[in-house]
Design a protein around this ligand. Structure first.
Ligand code: PLP
Length: 400
C-alpha cells in the first residue's frame, strides 16, 4: 500500500519555490546565481516593526492566541480597511492567518464541496489552482491573453459560470503580470456577478499598495458594495512591509464564512504566531514611510527592468502596472538552439537554459498557466538587476 495519499499526486509543487530552491542549491555549489524567481522584497523588515516584536517577546506575549487572531490586530485591520479602502468590517468579520496563503486555503477548505468550481483567470499565482484542488474543488482556468491586458472580461466570466461555480478569484495588482483592474473593468464583472447570485468573489489584494500608474487601487466592493455578503477580501503584511517570513495574512468577509475559516485555522495551526501578530499591529498602525520609500524604489527598478528587457531581441515586455514582477514574452526564442545544439521547445526549456548558462533564475510562464512567458521579480537590488539583465541579454544573443 502506498503511504502517500492519492490527492498528493494531483497537486503540483509551487514552481516559484522549486526555482528558488534550485538557485540556492547552485549557489551552495559555488555558482554565482542571481535569483529573480521569488516574490519577496529584498529590504529588511522596518526597525519599528522588529522592535514591536521584541517588545512582545519580552513582555511575555509568547502564548497561543485566539484562532481568529489577537483583538488588537483585528481592530487594526478593521481600521486599515475603513481608512484605506472605505470598507467597514466588524472585528468578528476578520480572521488573521499564517500568511495570506493560509487564509486562501482556509477559505476554500471551509467552503468547497467536492466538484465545486472556482474560476481562476490565468496567468495566475501558482498556488490558486493547487489550493482549490487540495480542498476538493475544481479550478476552472480562463486564459486571459496579453492582448486583453492579462485580464478577465465580462464575457469570459459569463461563459465560465456554471451551476457548480462557487468562487471567482480576482487578484489585482496581479502576480505574475502586474496587471491592475480599472474601476470600469470591475463594474462590468460585477454586472455579470449580479446575474449569478450563487457566485462568491475572493479578492486577493496582497499587492494593493504596489501600484505605479494613476489608476488607484479598487476592490470590487468599491464599485459594487451590494456584493459585500458574498465577497471575501484577502490581504497581508508580507509584501508591503517586507515581512514575508513573519507569516501574517488576513481575511475579511461575511462572519458565517469567517467563523468556518477560524475553525479550520484552529484545527491546523491554533493561531498565527503571537509575536508576529504584535509586530503586524505596528506595521499597520505605525509609521507608513517605509511603504512610500519602497514603492519609489520598486518603481525605479520596474522602469530599469522594462527598458532593459525591451532592448533584448527576442523578448517582449508589457509594462507592469503594479506588484513587483515583469511577465516577459519569449515566443520568438522558442525553436532556437543553444550552442550545444539543444532546441528550446518551451518557456520551461528557456528558463532552464538561463539558469544553466547565465546563472539567472526566473520562473517559466507554464508555472503561472500561460506560455511562452517567464516571470522576473524585480524585488532585487538595482546592481543585481543590472547584472542579471546583462546576463540574460548575452544568453539570448547566443541562441541560434
Ligand atoms: N497572493 C499572491 C497573489 C501572492 O503572490 C502571494 C505570495 O507570493 C500570496 C498571496 C501569499 O502571501 P503570504 O506571504 O501572505 O502567504
Amino acid at each position: 500500500m502506498n503511504i502517500i495519499a492519492d490527492r498528493i499526486g494531483r497537486i503540483a509543487p509551487a514552481e516559484t519555490m522549486a526555482m528558488a530552491a534550485r538557485a540556492a542549491e547552485l549557489r551552495r555549489a559555488g555558482r554565482n546565481v542571481i535569483s529573480l524567481s521569488q516574490g519577496e522584497p529584498d529590504f529588511p523588515t522596518p526597525e519599528n516593526i522588529q522592535e514591536a516584536a521584541i517588545r512582545a517577546m519580552r513582555s511575555g506575549k509568547t502564548r497561543y492566541t485566539e484562532a481568529a487572531g489577537i483583538p488588537e490586530l483585528r481592530e487594526a485591520i478593521a481600521a486599515k480597511l475603513a481608512n484605506d479602502n472605505g470598507l467597514i468590517y466588524p472585528v468578528a468579520g476578520i480572521s488573521v492567518s499564517s500568511g495570506a496563503k493560509q487564509a486562501i486555503f482556509a477559505a476554500f477548505f471551509a467552503s468547497l464541496n467536492v466538484g465545486d468550481e472556482v474560476i481562476v483567470p490565468t496567468p495566475c499565482w501558482v498556488s490558486y489552482p493547487e489550493i482549490v484542488k487540495m480542498s476538493g474543488g475544481t479550478p476552472v482556468c480562463v486564459p486571459c491573453p496579453e492582448t486583453a491586458g492579462f485580464k478577465l472580461t465580462a464575457a469570459q466570466l459569463e461563459a465560465a459560470i456554471t451551476p457548480r461555480t462557487k468562487w471567482l478569484m480576482l487578484n489585482s495588482p496581479s502576480n505574475p503580470t502586474g496587471a491592475v483592474y480599472s474601476r470600469d473593468e470591475l463594474v462590468s464583472l460585477a454586472e455579470v456577478l449580479r446575474r449569478h447570485p450563487h457566485v462568491w468573489v475572493l479578492s486577493d489584494d496582497i499587492y494593493e499598495k504596489l501600484i505605479y500608474i494613476d489608476t488607484p487601487f479598487n476592490n470590487i466592493l468599491n464599485v459594487a458594495p451590494d456584493l459585500y455578503e458574498r465577497t471575501l477580501l484577502i490581504n497581508g503584511v508580507s509584501k508591503v512591509y517586507a515581512m514575508t517570513g513573519w507569516r501574517i495574512g488576513y481575511a475579511a468577509g461575511p462572519t458565517q464564512l469567517i467563523k468556518a475559516m477560524n475553525l479550520v485555522q484552529g484545527q491546523i495551526v491554533t493561531s498565527a504566531t503571537s509575536i508576529a501578530q504584535y509586530a503586524s499591529v505596528e506595521a499597520l498602525t505605525g509609521s507608513q514611510v517605509f511603504v512610500e520609500t519602497s514603492l519609489r524604489a520598486f518603481n525605479q527598478r520596474r522602469k530599469q527592468v522594462v527598458e532593459a528587457l525591451r532592448r533584448i531581441p527576442g523578448l517582449q515586455c508589457r509594462e507592469p502596472e503594479g506588484a513587483f514582477y515583469a511577465f516577459v514574452g519569449c515566443q520568438e526564442l522558442i525553436g532556437r538552439r543553444t550552442l550545444s545544439g539543444e532546441r528550446i521547445e518551451s518557456d520551461q526549456d528557456f528558463v532552464r537554459y538561463l539558469l544553466d548558462n547565465a546563472n539567472v533564475a526566473v520562473v517559466s510562464g507554464t508555472g503561472f498557466l500561460l506560455s511562452p512567458y517567464f516571470r522576473l521579480s524585480y524585488a532585487a537590488s538595482v546592481e543585481q538587476l543590472e547584472e542579471a539583465l546583462q546576463r540574460i541579454e548575452a544568453a539570448c544573443a547566443k541562441l541560434l
